[in-house]
Design a protein around this ligand. Structure first.
Ligand code: HEM
Length: 476
């Protein structure tokens, strides 16, 4: 039996629940000074370390803050399942960060709730079916190959480059073409790409500093933010209008995600999405799908450079299955180790490192009282590192994701894409993209971290590296 399977038995809080009184969860004493410092200076950069220490000290359910600023944080897989799946109606999207997010990506799939969300999910789901996503594999290979043509010049000059910036660029181009068959590097849509990137960076800064001036105050940054949003919206609305015009003329549009969303009709009402709803979904897909996938790929290259034995196994698999040619859809099941590397990367550095919810009504988790009105946090990063579930949690061991070992773990021991009804709609897209990029690049190059380059994850909206991940290329 694999070592990590033995630890699955829950060791903590195994007492019968009925025999115990329902009590407030333990947690650090309310600290007014700490809270004020959080409001003024923002969240500490070692937030993940703080959560790990809290879980270690107080157990599976931790309470922080007080009154309306009460925040709970659960890390046991059973409790994560309770929040995301079993009692998901009690854990909604009404919380401060979601409101902030809405200002950038609108009231789309990620941020909406209730009937609005149900309708959007019904309409968008078919576009993310595996068969549909497979149509984008060629696009993924093409964009990666074009990037490699540029990399050949870097390699000849032995010039170091930031792999995070490269992966971000690549992911944007791929999602842009999959969404509306448009090359986001072209002048027209480049504005949209840059505007959206600026908006996401603004969002990241705001997340760190909750006590910022409201957006309506015309500071230079806020004016830039408004302008960026207006510019990208103009481009998106232009594309939508053009496509509607073609549809009205009975001209078949491209078989992309926008085409599928334009054609989608609600089974119950027969209605499609309005222009504003389409704009919100497009911005959501670019916002939610681009940075997360890029962060995952950047960490994959980083971890591979730190673990040459894993890189060697990757290269052996690629050589045996592909022998130098570009990967296709049919090759993906034959590249299990490549996929396990992605899965293990998302365990160690989950791009969505924390998932927040607003607590709708009082609840009980384990033997602990959860009060309505506060915020609930589940964190893939913390659960993915629980030593009672994962043997050597700090290690990078793709073999943990061999099917028989996965089957031995509780479902919510690993949840990089969330879970329950709000589970990531783009998970198949992201996994395919990451597998294709790793396979296409890995056939040609070994990526080496520049000596002296140290990076840590920066726990903001996504889990991106805190500074450029400088690498050089070594041809294989
Ligand atoms: C490695 C890449 C990705 C990661 C780690 C990731 C992670 C997540 C997580 C954790 C959630 C759940 C959020 C919550 O419960 O509040 C989510 C939701 C979502 N993701 Fe992803 N995602 C990735 C890629 C993508 C891609 C490629 C797309 C689209 C092209 C996408 C679109 C969405 C949308 C629309 C939602 C909201 C779903 C709903 O609430 O119904 N994601 N993602």
């Amino acid at each position: 039996m694999p070592a990590d399977a033995q630890a699955v038995e829950p060791e903590i809080h195994s007492q019968p629940v009925q025999a115990q009184a329902i009590i407030d969860p333990p947690g650090p004493p309310a600290n007014l000074l700490g809270f004020l410092s959080f409001l003024v200076f923002g969240s500490p950069r070692d937030l993940t370390r703080i959560y790990i220490d809290l879980a270690r000290e107080y157990g599976d359910v931790v309470r922080m803050g007080t009154g309306p600023w009460r925040v709970y944080f659960v890390s046991h897989p059973d409790h994560v399942k309770h929040v995301l799946q079993d009692n998901n109606h009690n854990y909604g999207k009404q919380y401060a960060f979601n409101e902030l997010l809405k200002q950038v990506i609108g009231n789309g799939l990620l941020t909406s709730e209730g009937e609005v969300w149900q309708r959007r999910r019904r309409l968008a789901q078919p576009a993310f079916h595996r068969r549909q996503i497979e149509n984008f594999v060629t696009t993924m290979v093409e964009e990666t190959t074009t990037m490699l043509e540029r990399w050949a010049v870097l390699q000849q000059a032995d010039e170091p480059f930031d792999v995070m910036a490269e992966m971000q660029n690549l992911a944007t181009l791929i999602v842009g073409r999959a969404l509306f068959s448009t090359d986001l590097s072209m002048g027209y849509t480049n504005t949209m790409r840059q505007s959206l990137r600026f908006s996401m960076e603004y969002l990241n800064r705001r997340m760190r500093r909750p006590l910022s001036l409201p957006l309506w105050v015309p500071t230079p940054t806020h004016r830039r933010f408004r302008k960026a949003t207006r510019l990208s919206d103009e481009k998106i609305f232009d594309i939508i209008r053009e496509r509607r015009k073609n549809l009205a003329l009975n001209t078949d549009g491209p078989n992309d995600l926008l085409g599928m969303l334009l054609a989608a009709r609600d089974e119950e009402t027969g209605e499609g999405l309005t222009d504003q709803e389409l704009r919100d979904e497009i911005t959501t897909f670019i916002g939610a799908g681009n940075e997360t996938t890029a962060v995952t790929l950047a960490w994959a290259w980083y971890l591979l450079s730190k673990h040459p034995e894993v890189a060697r196994k990757l290269h052996a698999e690629l050589d045996a299955v592909l022998g130098g040619r570009a990967p296709s859809v049919e090759d993906l099941p034959q590249l299990p180790y490549t996929r396990m590397i992605i899965e293990e990367t998302m365990r160690v550095y989950p791009a969505a490192w924390a998932i927040g919810r607003g607590i709708v009504a009082d609840d009980v988790i384990g033997r602990f009282k959860i009060q309505k009105g506060g915020m609930m946090i589940v964190s893939p990063y913390i659960t993915h590192r629980r030593p009672d579930i994962w043997d050597n949690p700090e290690g990078f061991e793709p073999e943990r994701f061999m099917p028989e070992r996965v089957a031995e773990r509780p479902r919510y021991a690993y949840f990089p894409f969330g879970g329950g009804p709000r589970q990531c709609i783009g998970s198949t897209f992201a996994l395919m993209e990451a597998q294709i990029v790793l396979a296409t690049v890995g056939q040609k190059y070994r990526l080496n971290l520049l000596s002296g380059c140290t990076v840590e994850p920066d726990p903001i909206f996504t889990f991106r590296p805190n500074r450029p991940v400088m690498m050089t290329l070594q041809p294989r």
